[in-house]
Design a protein around this ligand. Structure first.
Ligand SMILES: Nc1ncnc2c1ncn2[C@@H]1O[C@H](COP(=O)(O)OP(=O)(O)OP(=O)(O)O)[C@@H](O)[C@H]1O
Ligand SMILES: CC(=O)N[C@H]1[C@@H]2OC[C@@H](O2)[C@@H](O)[C@@H]1O[C@H](C)C(=O)O
Length: 375
């Protein structure tokens, strides 16, 4: 039997809202035992700093470049992650020596799959030195050198979870992550994976609400609930060639932009964008090998009641059911962080992280860089 490892996964996603931390015991294959999780929100100044980092990163042409103050941001981001790991260990009565590995996503500041360029800031060696645990980081880049999109990486973890789906989830099941960007994973009955980014998730809603001084996001979807869909605005997004092209492409934050202030009222804009998020998932799902019977939803978008209601109505029209990850026995908030723990274990075992069906890579490839705690 392959040795089980205890790993911590760290995810700072495209929403840039905070750091998700999760503990996993796994062999990197079929054995997965989920442990505690933790979330540290970024304070508003840090969120502003990461937003600036996205602007600064536009100048990058080689992935090692750190223009302007991006290098400083990278150190700050890494130290935030180190603090999150230290707090998590204390909270759970754990020592660094209890943990075999940390899987560190970092923060995506640039993702241009057409140019085979993806940049996640996050200094693995610094993190390893700070926390005294081996760190696997930079897990997207190798996929691109083999012709992949560099995203999504979570599908191999969805595949492992799919072995433990409750009977109530009628097959085929499709996992849906509604983060800043949304993505889908279809796991075939023979284990074949088909996965891709499916469209904007919460990021347009977040940007829209923030531009109106309504806070960082639409909590529960309450703002959207009092608005109406503006059909012309919704269609502008849903007619994007992204949904109809033959080749699935991974998304960067800048690929879809929020409406201009004044194009709709705050509530109508939030309602329209929630509709776009739900409808985009189904538009993209049309490219999956089979029609889903159950959609299992993870990511912050599952907490937006309007997205979920709209998605459920549209899916019902196709004979499918929508459930939040929790209803299927999972944790929809920590799933990505768990995935990064799982991927770290796969990385040190040399197992593939990505497959032709997930990122379009030529062949299954491993990835990630190991930064040992003691060099
Ligand atoms: N209670 C809530 N009600 C509505 N929306 C919420 C709630 N909590 C979180 N969200 C939304 O979820 C977002 C965060 O989701 P999540 O952490 O899954 O994204 P991410 O991991 O940053 O993104 P990605 O998966 O694209 O990398 C927030 O920015 C917000 O829009
Ligand atoms: C480049 C990048 O960071 N992509 C993210 C983003 O957020 C969601 C979607 O776009 C997905 O492709 C990916 O993250 C998830 C966790 C993944 O790789 O599976």
């Amino acid at each position: 039997m392959t040795e089980m490892k205890t790993a911590i996964g760290l995810m700072s996603g495209t929403s840039m809202d905070g750091i998700d931390v999760a503990l996993l015991r796994t062999d990197g294959e079929n054995s997965v035992e989920r442990g505690p999780s933790y979330y540290v929100p970024y304070d508003p100044q840090l969120r502003e700093r990461w937003k600036r980092a996205l602007e600064v990163a536009k100048a990058i042409t080689e992935r090692t470049q750190r223009p302007d103050d991006l290098g400083e941001s990278e150190i700050m981001l890494t130290l935030c992650h180190a603090a999150a790991v230290k707090s998590f260990l204390v909270q759970n009565g754990l020592e660094p020596s209890d943990i075999d590995l940390v899987g560190f996503h970092g923060q995506t500041v640039l993702h241009r799959p057409d140019d085979a360029l993806t940049v996640q800031i996050g200094d693995g060696a610094l993190l390893a030195a700070e926390i005294g645990i081996d760190v696997v980081y930079d897990m997207r880049a190798r996929d691109m050198t083999f012709g992949g999109q560099g995203a999504p990486l979570i599908p191999v973890y969805h595949a492992a979870l799919s072995a433990n789906l409750p009977q109530s989830c009628e097959m085929p099941v499709v996992f849906v992550n509604i983060g800043g960007i949304s993505n889908l994973t279809f796991v075939g009955s023979d284990g074949t994976l088909s996965a891709f980014d499916s469209g904007p998730g919460n990021m347009l809603i977040d940007q829209w609400v923030e531009a109106h001084g309504g806070g960082a996001y639409d909590k529960g979807g309450r703002i959207a609930a009092s608005g109406h869909v503006v059909p012309a605005l919704a269609e502008r997004y849903l007619q994007s060639p992204f949904f109809s092209g033959n080749v699935r492409r991974s998304l960067d934050r800048g690929d879809f932009l929020p409406p201009k202030v004044g194009e709709a009222s705050l509530a109508d804009g939030a309602r329209t964008l929630a509709h776009v998020t739900a409808a985009a998932i189904l538009k993209s799902a049309a490219h999956l090998p089979e029609q889903a019977k159950t959609y299992v939803v993870c990511g912050g978008g599952r907490l937006n009641g309007v997205i979920m209601k709209e998605f459920a109505e549209l899916a019902t029209g196709q004979g499918a059911t929508v459930v939040a990850a929790e209803a299927a026995g999972f944790d929809g908030g920590s799933m990505e962080a768990e995935a990064w723990a799982y991927l770290a274990v796969r990385s040190v075992r040399g197992l593939p992280l990505t497959f032709p069906g997930t990122t379009g890579v030529e062949q299954p490839v491993s990835g990630g860089v190991l930064a040992p705690a003691k060099s």
